[in-house]
Design a protein around this ligand. Structure first.
Ligand SMILES: [Zn+2]
Ligand SMILES: [Zn+2]
Length: 270
């Protein structure tokens, strides 16, 4: 077996097996004339290679098995890439976890992830019973995760907009209020925690705290509380002001008749 010569990684080639994503040739020991600097897209597919995967490799959240596989390929083909940095690469269909053709099977990966969750909705200090939800997301991120959850929340309590609730998560056995899940960074942490909680055979609980609609005041942060205080003060001020000015106002209204249009003036005079 001849040794594999080191090379730079090219986006048009499978990172893990050196399959050309255009002619389907294994470039481990061969070469082809395709332009492998072109990123594979759905529009430039050939009949030799119909499927591909773009992977945005995030070292912080990537599944350990993928990281190991990529790290091995990095050494095998001499790409000399720093595996701790974020980058994009292409994978052939053999790498797709659902496909059994790849010897290194990957049961759960960030490319596609199945979530099984208990959802707990808190509304007006009441806690509704847990709802069991499960769904699968391609390339999970905070936005598509929240959108999916939102559809379940709406099923339970009616139409709710994303500024009307706060999300948090915790393990079912854990006490306390859980960890706030409000942005992409928190979601990356959530993915890691989700996997370790599930690995420990425990349930992951998503807590949905609906803002109280009866009172507009939010307890979420001081800024909005400050604002609503200001609002109510303003209202109070407006009220006393308007009472004092009520008489003036009525007087002021009377001459307004002069500004009525003809028809209204006629109606008024009858
Ligand atoms: Zn491949
Ligand atoms: Zn080729």
């Amino acid at each position: 077996m001849s040794s594999i010569s080191p090379r730079n990684y090219q986006i048009g080639v499978c990172f893990t097996c050196q399959l050309c994503m255009y002619c389907g040739l294994d470039l481990t020991l061969n070469n082809c004339n395709c332009d492998k600097s072109i990123k594979p897209t759905k529009k430039n597919r050939t009949k030799e290679v119909a499927n591909f995967r773009n992977l945005t490799y995030k070292p912080a959240i990537v599944h350990e098995k993928i990281k190991n596989t990529l790290s091995n390929s990095n050494q095998k083909y001499g790409y000399k890439l720093d595996i701790e940095l974020l980058y994009n690469c292409t994978l052939c269909s053999a790498f797709i976890p659902s496909s059994p053709t790849d010897g290194t099977s990957l049961p759960s990966t960030p490319l596609q992830m199945e979530f099984k969750l208990r959802m707990s909705i808190k509304q007006n200090k009441q806690v509704l019973p847990f709802v069991i939800i499960s769904f699968t997301l391609d390339n999970p991120n905070f936005i598509n995760f929240r959108d999916k959850l939102e559809s379940y929340i709406c099923e339970q309590v009616g139409l709710v907009y994303r500024n009307e609730y706060t999300l948090a998560y915790k393990s079912h056995s854990e006490s306390g209020a859980g960890t706030l899940l409000g942005n992409e960074e928190a979601f990356d942490e959530f993915l890691k925690d989700y996997q370790s909680i599930v690995a420990g055979n425990k349930k992951v609980v998503i807590i949905v705290i609906l803002r109280e609609l009866s009172k507009k005041r939010s307890h979420e942060n001081e800024v909005s509380e400050q604002e609503s205080n200001d609002e109510s003060e303003n209202e109070a001020y407006q009220n006393t002001k308007s009472k004092k000015q009520l008489k003036k106002h009525i007087k002021k209204c009377i001459p307004k008749e002069a500004t009525l249009n003809e028809n209204e003036a006629l109606v008024g005079s009858r």
